[in-house]
Design a protein around this ligand. Structure first.
Ligand SMILES: [Zn+2]
Ligand SMILES: [Zn+2]
Length: 175
């Protein structure tokens, strides 16, 4: 792939047909002449093939894309133990990226052999949790986050640790 010669000019001119309203010598245009950018570079070494404006616009677009993906990655949510309502639960929560599933089980509950959860169980647990919280703290409290006494356990995200998906699990990190 050839590299564009960027110039501070209002328009780029096609050296083959004289078209002068271009922002860059796009391959789709050059194709009409049976040419490639490489040909332009070879045949017209000092010919400007992209305007500074177009170049900056392209830089801006790729920069925006990077910023957007960083923003998405940094969006976190709080997930509470599925067994939050159980008497023995540590009532802990973890911070995970937004797109992670909600079926996290705290170490305490896991140690009690409660890790098997399926979707229905979680849904039921969530409904139960909401009900219990409302009964205990009033109808506006539907989420443990509303209670200040909830323990918050910040865990290093999997992205930092393993570069990807999943939860930090004590049984995994030992491996
Ligand atoms: Zn042309
Ligand atoms: Zn638990």
């Amino acid at each position: 792939m050839g590299k564009h010669l960027v110039g501070d000019v209002p328009n780029v001119i096609c050296p083959y047909c004289g078209e002068d309203k271009l922002q860059m010598l796009h391959w789709t245009h050059l194709k009409k002449h049976g040419k490639k950018l490489e040909d332009v570079i070879r045949e017209f070494p000092n010919h400007i093939t992209m305007t500074k404006e177009e170049y900056e616009r392209k830089c801006q677009i790729s920069k925006k894309g990077t910023e957007a993906s960083i923003k998405t990655q940094s969006q976190m949510k709080t997930v509470y133990c599925v067994y939050f309502n159980d008497k023995n639960c540590s009532k802990e929560s973890i911070e995970v990226p937004k797109n992670y599933p909600n079926n996290w089980v705290c170490d305490k509950c896991r140690s009690l052999g409660k890790e098997e959860v399926d979707g229905r169980r979680i849904e039921k647990a969530n409904i139960e949790r909401k009900k219990t919280l409302q009964e205990k703290y009033g109808k506006n409290v539907t989420n443990p986050q509303h209670i200040s006494s909830v323990n918050k356990k910040m865990v290093q995200t999997q992205r930092e640790k393993y570069g990807g998906v999943g939860y930090e699990r004590s049984d995994l990190s030992k491996k």
